[in-house]
Design a protein. Structure first.
Length: 48
């Protein structure tokens, strides 16, 4: 189940990130990095 949720999240993120990068090259990259940082920070803090 966890792999299915992970796979769906990866597919959705890839789709949305690709659309943002095509529309706004620099803004898409900036928002993409910020989004990944915001998603990974709680995971890191929860692992402590």
């Amino acid at each position: 189940m966890a792999l299915a949720v992970f796979g769906l999240g990866m597919a959705a993120g890839n789709h949305l990130g690709g659309r943002a990068a095509d529309r706004w090259e620099h803004r898409g990259l900036t928002w993409g990095y910020a989004g990944v940082l915001l998603l990974l920070a709680p995971i890191t803090l929860a692992g402590r």
